[in-house]
Design a protein around this ligand. Structure first.
Ligand code: EPZ
Length: 430
């Protein structure tokens, strides 16, 4: 397994190019199943999860053509053409789904286009049990017959799905995405109340409209979809990744550096910008994106609570905690979305951080310096938070199990080294 070695203490200076959003790409790609024509996605990031989704779609019969390569640092990332002219297989197998929970997002499109789907239940992951009951209830309300057996979701519908009024009891990004995609081809109107409003949902809705879907209320908590007989192909560019942007903003802040983040947009992450500004970081909009300046300020402890968009994103909680471990004063962090998203805490404490967890809240008392240590990555966002802590720590930090990292961050050591970080990837023997 690869490891990443960091010798901390260097204020980052320079520019980092931000890629397309992983969590937008993972729902835009299965949207190709809704039409027999070609969907072309540009600004696609080069990530393990994207490859996993491509492998899953390929075994459903989707043909794909990839051109361009974001490793050339091209601003538009890679372009992927997806054509689901014929769906040859409606099963999403356990060995693919267990690698990536977002595989569940083929369920709605397969049901809508093909009338049946057999999708492995994703199972839990490190950060929580992550059930999919809201997805299944919504599709049943739209007329799908769903049975669970041998760890699989067996779903089918006679004829077309029917429009329905769906009220999610809790905001669910994936549940909104599955239901939205299914509703585009359903008979009649579907209303989705308490819908997720993340930029990735807006991206999906705008892409579906480009494919001929009829959707009202995009960007609000209530989506109205008038089903159509068929969708057509489209070209669509993936929205910049607000979590990658936020992660590198913290890299600049935690090293007291000055970095421009290009190919991204400030309005995607108002809640993150607000918290960083409250903690003393100067963030300004530039022609190419945003500039994060922390070389002349004290970072002070700031309280956060994770919430559905437009609140502070849970996917930035670990990264902000890393920053708070080196702030002046204390901060209270409350995780309201997932039940087990503090696995980075014991690892940061090995680096000298002072953190106390009580249930869903963590009190972080800032220390003058972290010290480098051997640490273990446990999940995607924990991985990047340990790298951020390593950038600030005195001495050497070795982050193990970085395969978690590669699921969601493209060439992270290259991007940080280009801004002066002393960071390298040590190839694993196995
Ligand atoms: C998406 O996961 C993201 N993943 C997650 O990002 C992100 O943390 C999460 O949304 C919240 O913003 C992708 O987009 C691929 P949810 P998702 O359905 O859709 C409960 C990352 O690091 N729930 O909004 O699975 C669930 O347990 C990843 O990039 C049910 O109870 O999240 C959780 O507590 C991690 N039943 C809460 O709702 C359901 O049927 C929010 O889950 C569905 C969800």
């Amino acid at each position: 397994m690869d490891r990443i070695r960091i010798v901390g203490g260097v204020p980052l200076r320079g520019a980092i190019a931000i890629g397309g959003a992983k969590n937008a790409a993972l729902t835009l790609m299965p949207a190709c199943l809704l039409t027999d024509q070609t969907l072309t996605l540009s600004n696609l990031p080069h990530l393990v999860d994207i490859t996993t989704m491509a492998n899953l779609l390929a075994q459903h019969g989707v043909s794909m053509a990839l051109n361009g390569d974001s490793s050339q640092g091209s601003p538009t990332g890679r372009t992927l053409e997806l054509s689901a002219a014929t769906i040859t297989n409606t099963t999403a197998p356990y060995d693919l789904v267990r690698k990536m929970r977002a595989s569940i997002l083929v369920l709605g499109p397969l049901l809508a286009r093909h009338g049946q789907a057999r999708v492995s239940l994703p199972g839990g992951c490190a950060i929580g049990t992550r059930p999919v009951d809201f997805h299944l209830k919504a599709l049943e309300q739209m007329g799908a017959k769903i049975e669970l057996d041998e760890g699989y979701i067996n779903a089918h519908v006679k004829g077309r799905l029917k429009g329905a009024k769906i009220i999610f009891p809790q905001v669910t990004v994936g549940g909104t995405e599955n239901t939205l995609m299914a509703a585009t081809l359903a008979e009649g109107e579907t209303v989705i109340a308490n819908a997720a409003q993340e930029p990735e949902i807006i991206d999906l809705a705008q892409c579906l409209v480009a494919m001929g879907a009829k959707i009202q209320g995009i960007g609000s908590g209530t989506l109205r979809i008038e089903g159509v007989e068929a969708l057509h192909g489209a070209q669509y560019s993936v929205v910049p990744d607000r979590i990658e942007t936020g992660s590198y903003a913290v890299a600049a802040a935690i090293t007291r550096g000055d970095v421009e983040l290009t190919g991204t947009r400030m309005e995607l992450m108002a809640s993150v910008v607000k918290v960083l500004a409250e903690s003393g970081v100067t963030i300004t909009e530039t022609e190419r994106g945003l500039r994060v300046k922390a070389d002349e300020c004290d970072i002070v402890g700031t309280d956060i609570m994770t919430e559905p968009y437009p609140g502070f994103p849970t996917d930035m909680q670990a990264q902000l905690m890393a920053l708070m471990t080196t702030a002046h004063g204390a901060s209270m962090i409350t995780e309201t979305i997932f039940e087990n998203r503090y696995m980075h805490v014991p690892e940061m404490m090995r680096m000298g951080a002072r953190i106390t967890v009580h249930g869903s809240s963590a009190i972080v008392r800032g220390v003058p310096n972290l010290s480098g240590a051997q640490v273990m990555a446990t999940d995607l966002r924990a991985s990047i938070s340990l790298i951020l802590a390593g950038l600030a720590a005195q001495g050497e930090t070795m982050v193990n199990r970085v395969y978690h990292l590669d699921r969601g961050y493209e060439r992270v050591e290259e991007k940080l080294a280009a801004c002066g970080a002393r960071i390298e990837r040590l190839k694993g023997s196995d």
